[in-house]
Design a protein around this ligand. Structure first.
Ligand code: NAD
Ligand code: DAU
Length: 352
């Protein structure tokens, strides 16, 4: 048995691949273009492991996707590949439209063709799992109920609009063609291998370097944080038992204001790697807000719990401690990401 994963060298995708192969012997074919966010070094522990087949390529390349489906005959496609950083979508939305919309369309069409040619048993078993985000639902007021799966879509950034478009495509391919799809809309992830341009890893690496900790606006924006391996376990649960055509919201039941996240990171660093110059919170610097910044996200994850029995295993206290410790234990990974040397990893490790 085989699954085809897209974007498996990114933050969540690489954690998912590692988690999947720790739980099962099912081969993972990993299609990733290795954009700035893709880092094969995350998967270094799988080197020489025949269960992991890495293919560098673009999800918009229909001929390549067709070939991989025909060659490997996967029983599921798990689609992580995306442009994922809201700030980058504001400064340059084009890549988001291409990868997130056109790329998802390409995968859907290739999957539809492949799936149509399967025998009845394989056809019934096949799943197209689309990994999406809570940002498609828009921004909540302080008293609003958390997002359920029936919340109207109100995306506010080029990133969330492109993800919303991809969710609609996935829905339509099920409704019109019967493609057996599943969609998960997840809240903010954190954990190992998180690219240090996102809030939590940026705060850790800047603090350790004695650099300012940039907090947008008043720092009171709220996100719902989930440890990344809990996201991986939720996706596994949905692939195994989710009802075809349904969406499932995934979250950590853990709403926190950004400034409290930053202070928590500072306090952990004060404990684990004290700085003789004083508490890390001295580095907190309020900066210009993100344009169109969503104020609050919160996930109501009762459906996935009710139907599939999934709940996060980590609390925020346990997950953030593991995360800070991971960054302290992996200065070389951080240094290679910051210098750009991680991009040489493929040629260094695998030759031409
Ligand atoms: P990431 O930016 O760390 O990784 C994205 C991966 O996709 C990279 O490895 C990159 O090389 C690859 N990629 C980009 N364009 C590609 C293309 N055209 N063809 C093939 N591969 C391509 O992203 P992430 O944070 O790991 O997010 C993964 C998925 O989860 C995304 O779909 C994102 O929308 C979704 N998501 C992320 C979060 C979060 O908190 N990070 C939360 C909810 C949902
Ligand atoms: O909600 C899920 C989403 O979470 C995913 O769909 C996205 O792919 C993922 O990148 C993440 O988006 P955010 O915009 O919430 O993540 P980011 O880490 O960029 O920012 C988290 C919050 O912290 C947000 O309110 C902006 C703020 N922030 C971020 C940075 C990078 C700061 O205050 N300062 C910063 O320097």
């Amino acid at each position: 048995m085989t699954i085809l994963v897209t974007g498996g060298a990114g933050f969540i995708g690489s954690n998912f691949v590692l988690d999947w192969l720790a739980q099962s012997d099912e081969t993972v074919v990993n299609l990733d273009v290795l954009s700035y966010a893709g880092n094969l070094e995350n998967l270094a522990s799988l080197q020489g492991d025949a269960r992991h087949v890495f293919v560098q390529g673009d999800i918009c390349d229909r001929a390549l996707v067709d070939r991989l489906l025909a060659e490997h005959q996967p029983r599921a496609l798990v689609h992580f590949a995306a442009e994922s950083h809201v700030d980058r979508s504001i400064s340059g939305p084009g890549a988001f439209m291409r990868t997130n919309i056109e790329g998802t369309y390409t995968l859907l069409e290739a999957s539809r063709q492949y799936w149509s040619g399967l025998n009845e048993e394989a056809k019934a078993a096949f799943r197209f799992h689309h990994v999406s985000t809570d940002e498609v639902y828009g921004s909540l007021g302080p008293q609003d109920p958390a997002f359920t799966e029936t919340k109207t879509y109100e995306p506010n950034s080029p990133y969330s609009a492109s993800k919303a478009a991809s969710d609609h495509l996935v829905r339509a391919w099920h409704h019109t063609y019967g493609l057996p799809v599943l969609t998960t809309n997840c809240s903010n992830n954190y954990g190992p291998y998180h690219f240090p341009e996102k809030l939590i890893p940026l705060m850790i690496v800047n603090a350790l370097a004695g650099k300012p900790l940039p907090v947008y606006g008043d720092g009171q924006q709220i996100r719902d944080w989930l440890y990344v391996t809990d996201h991986a376990s939720a996706i596994r649960a949905v692939i195994a038992g989710g009802r075809v055509g349904e969406t499932y919201n995934i979250g950590g039941w853990n709403e926190m204001a950004n400034i409290d996240i930053v202070k928590t990171v500072c306090a952990l660093l004060d404990e684990l790697r004290p700085d003789p110059a004083g508490p890390y919170s001295r580095l907190i610097t309020y900066v210009k807000d993100r344009p169109g910044h969503d104020r609050r996200y919160a996930i109501d994850a009762r459906k996935v719990e009710r139907e599939l029995g999934w709940r996060p295993a980590e609390t925020f206290a346990s997950g953030i401690r593991k995360t800070v410790q991971w960054y302290l234990d992996h200065p070389d990974w951080v240094a290679r990401v910051q210098s750009g040397a991680y991009r040489d990893w493929v040629s260094q490790q695998y030759g031409a």
